[in-house]
Design a protein around this ligand. Sequence first.
Ligand SMILES: Nc1ncnc2c1ncn2[C@@H]1O[C@H](COP(=O)(O)OP(=O)(O)O)[C@@H](O)[C@H]1O
Ligand SMILES: Cc1cn([C@H]2C[C@H](O)[C@@H](COP(=O)(O)O)O2)c(=O)[nH]c1=O
Length: 248
Amino acid sequence: MSSLLLHHPVALSKPPPSLHLPVSSTNPRSPWKIRFASRAYAATHSPSFGEIHVIVGPMFAGKTTALIQRVQLETDQGRRAAMIKSDKDTRYGLDSIVSHDGFKMPCWALPDLSSFPAKVGPLAYDELDVIGIDEAQFFGDLYDFCRNAADHDGKTVVVAGLDGDYLRRRFGSVLDLIPIADSVTKLTARCGLCEQRACFTLRKTNDTEKELIGGADVYMPVCRQHYVKGQIVVEAARIVLESQKIKL
Ligand SMILES: Nc1ncnc2c1ncn2[C@@H]1O[C@H](COP(=O)(O)OP(=O)(O)O)[C@@H](O)[C@H]1O
Ligand SMILES: Cc1cn([C@H]2C[C@H](O)[C@@H](COP(=O)(O)O)O2)c(=O)[nH]c1=O
């Protein structure tokens, strides 16, 4: 399974950690000594810190495409990367992340993120520079995993997921990452009804559970106007169906 660690054919070593030490060259108390000591300390003690980049948006906004492109770019630059997705999403099998346009990348499909280091092997985990996570809304341990990976393990974590569900409520812990993220990107899709910018996902069926795996058969990206109108239509249909059930 180590083939799922994506890497460039030419092995490059990790870049050295950058020095951001507040040493002033005008310090009257032996500036060179302080600067030298600080650099020596940093070289031996400074861990290389990671980063967290979050990509959110409605369905069909291009989140998976952006994640694949970002991780591909990293591997092209010689960094070692692995992709993870939730094993709840079985739409395209479990061995690949696949965008709605058909772009693919091999991945680990896992029930949770904490099992990843053991699954991949501790040595292989240590060597990883970049971890991509798709369908992040489905991971209950998303926050702890990403924080540890970036703060303590020096990983660059790129996370793609839904910020909101079909009722526009927060989805999983994706939003909890914002305070610990280096960057947050909200992508938009095209409204399935008017082609305007779409920020929301409309569920076209009467199902009410929060988690319901599906694609264009169940969901449509919509603008604000069509989200509000669409909710009224779906709710009206639900009431009609409920009343018919009662009569039967
Ligand atoms: N029914 C559809 N509605 C909207 N976009 C679609 C549909 N089917 C395929 N697409 C394509 O899906 C692409 C986005 O795919 P993807 O990166 O998987 O999005 P996300 O991960 O945000 O759901 C769009 O650029 C669009 O070309
Ligand atoms: C809105 C919404 C979506 N889901 C599911 C449907 C899909 O399986 C994924 C999202 O996939 P994508 O890569 O963002 O296209 O999430 C859900 O379970 N509940 C919802 O409310």
